[in-house]
Design a protein around this ligand. Structure first.
Ligand SMILES: Cc1cc2nc3c(=O)[nH]c(=O)nc-3n(C[C@H](O)[C@H](O)[C@H](O)COP(=O)(O)OP(=O)(O)OC[C@H]3O[C@@H](n4cnc5c(N)ncnc54)[C@H](O)[C@@H]3O)c2cc1C
Length: 447
């Protein structure tokens, strides 16, 4: 296929639909929701917009057509996400967390589990369906999330335990999660499902003792505390979830012993998505500052864009945005070719674009000047949104950079693989089980 950045007519139509939705339905709600001191009320205030976006296919478009989803490619998803995040990245996060939660089922679930859970997600007549991606845990010794695959045993890393009650055919969950988006649902009684990462083997390290389990809404023993009040992304709901002797049917479990792979792959899939989301916010900051610079004279004879320092600053921002978009598209294309296994390029795009965003917003603020601090202008919100990007979606300096380094350190890594869109190696991380051989920091099962 030739290298060609021209959108197809289908992609142009997707872009138009997403842009119209974002500008006409979402934009009028953003200011009040962002200002609302009550995070749950802010989240609920965009429920109507969510229902509209569900009807347009944005909430489950990434699920394969076979299960009722849109079967949209990673590249096409880029087009939609840029338009939504240019208006509000927190709202877009509500939609995308459905993907973080449900795509693991597509990759790791059995056919029976896919048939049981995915069509429900894609065919909700109310359009309210939410899935929670319930992984992260609260800070504290020895808690946290970044070390989820470290060799330490319970309670380090993932400390939500799931004890197998074989007699009753159930897992019993105990512990808590902190940060998951959507998990509490519209009424704080739970999302339709929560896909939880649990420790099924407390005596094993995180690369061997973790699994995934689907916890449906209404399961007794799960409770939701008041959502977290955040600096940015205030339209999405981040939850604190408590599990007390929660009994879940064993057929809801998947990727048993491979929960680390689930976490890694989900956050690799979302890498290009977060990358283009950063581009969307940067685009809005840049366009606002450019418009301002072309009109505002500051009392001088000409608009400030005629001052070289101002024009140079804006030109730099424009360059960074173009580079970021190209990188995000490239990573999404790579994911289309390799079933979302770009464990280096996906995180690279996310890290690059999210770091780019912060400087793009700051430079845009310098162009606007002191008035950028006035809340009647949108730049202070963009700065708050920008602060989220390097820290969420597995954190740049923690999980995402670690994946890039793991791929690079692998004995079989070809440094030209990303340029040529060929596969890059990735696998389980130490400690090794007895039947595997260590290759670099990765493992290969012996034949
Ligand atoms: C808007 C938003 C949405 C989110 N959505 C979800 C969601 O849907 N589901 C969900 O489960 N979570 C969600 N999160 C949480 C998010 O995914 C975090 O990125 C994740 O919890 C990891 O955070 P952390 O790297 O700060 O981990 P922590 O464990 O809290 O780490 C703290 C610090 O220690 C460093 N660190 C620790 N160990 C290492 C190491 N081995 N190597 C390098 N650095 C290390 C980290 O880099 C970080 O700087 C969301 C967060 C936000 C803000």
């Amino acid at each position: 296929m030739p290298i060609d950045f021209t959108l197809t007519s289908y992609q142009r139509r997707l872009q138009r639909i997403a842009r119209e939705f974002a500008n006409e339905i979402l934009a009028p709600l953003v200011r009040a929701a962002d200002d609302d001191p009550d995070p749950q009320r802010a989240f609920q205030s965009v429920k109507g917009a969510y229902v509209e976006s569900y009807k347009l296919g944005f909430a489950t478009g990434f699920i394969p057509k076979k299960y009722g989803g849109g079967g949209i490619s990673n590249l096409d998803l880029q087009i939609v996400v840029e338009e939504l995040t240019a208006v509000d990245p927190g709202f877009a996060t509500i939609l995308l967390v459905n993907g973080l939660a449900l795509m693991p089922l597509v990759w790791f679930g059995s056919e029976k589990q896919k048939q049981a859970w995915l069509p429900r997600a894609t065919s909700d007549p109310r359009g309210e369906y939410l899935a929670g991606w319930t992984v992260s845990e609260a800070a504290g010794a020895p808690g946290g999330t970044a070390n989820f695959d470290g060799p330490a045993q319970y309670p380090a890393g993932i400390a939500l335990t799931a004890t197998h009650d074989r007699k009753n055919g159930e897992y019993v969950l105990n512990g808590r999660k902190y940060w998951p988006v959507n998990a509490g649902g519209w009424d704080l009684q739970g999302a339709d499902v929560n896909v939880c990462i649990v420790r099924t083997e407390p005596k094993q390290g995180g690369s061997r003792g973790l699994s995934a389990i689907i916890v449906p809404r209404g399961t007794p023993g799960v409770s939701y505390e008041r959502p977290i009040a955040k600096l940015g992304h205030r339209l999405c709901q981040n939850n604190s979830v408590v599990f007390a002797d929660v009994r879940v049917a064993e057929e809801n479990a998947f990727a048993i012993g491979d929960g680390d792979l689930v976490i890694n792959k989900a956050f690799t899939w979302s890498g290009p998505v977060a990358a283009i989301a950063a581009v969307g916010v940067a685009r809005s900051a840049y366009e606002y500052a450019l418009g301002w610079a072309k009109k505002y004279t500051g009392g001088g004879d000409v608009p400030i864009i005629n001052h070289q320092i101002v024009a140079y600053t804006l030109a730099e921002v424009a360059m960074k945005i173009e580079a970021g978009r190209a990188f995000a598209w490239k990573a999404a294309h790579y994911h289309d070719l390799h079933d979302a296994n770009g464990h280096a390029v996906g995180p690279m795009a996310k890290v690059f674009c999210s770091e780019m965003l912060f400087s793009a917003v700051y430079q845009s603020m310098k162009v606007v000047g002191v008035n950028a601090l006035d809340r009647t202008h949108p730049l202070e919100r963009y700065l708050r949104e920008a602060a989220v990007f390097p820290l969420y979606d597995a954190g740049n300096i923690g999980m995402q950079m670690r994946k890039i380094c793991t791929v690079m350190a692998h004995a079989d890594f070809d440094p030209r693989a990303i340029a040529s869109c060929s596969a890059t190696p990735f696998g389980k991380i130490a400690p090794p089980p007895a039947d595997v051989q260590v290759v670099g920091r990765n493992l290969k099962r012996q034949a």
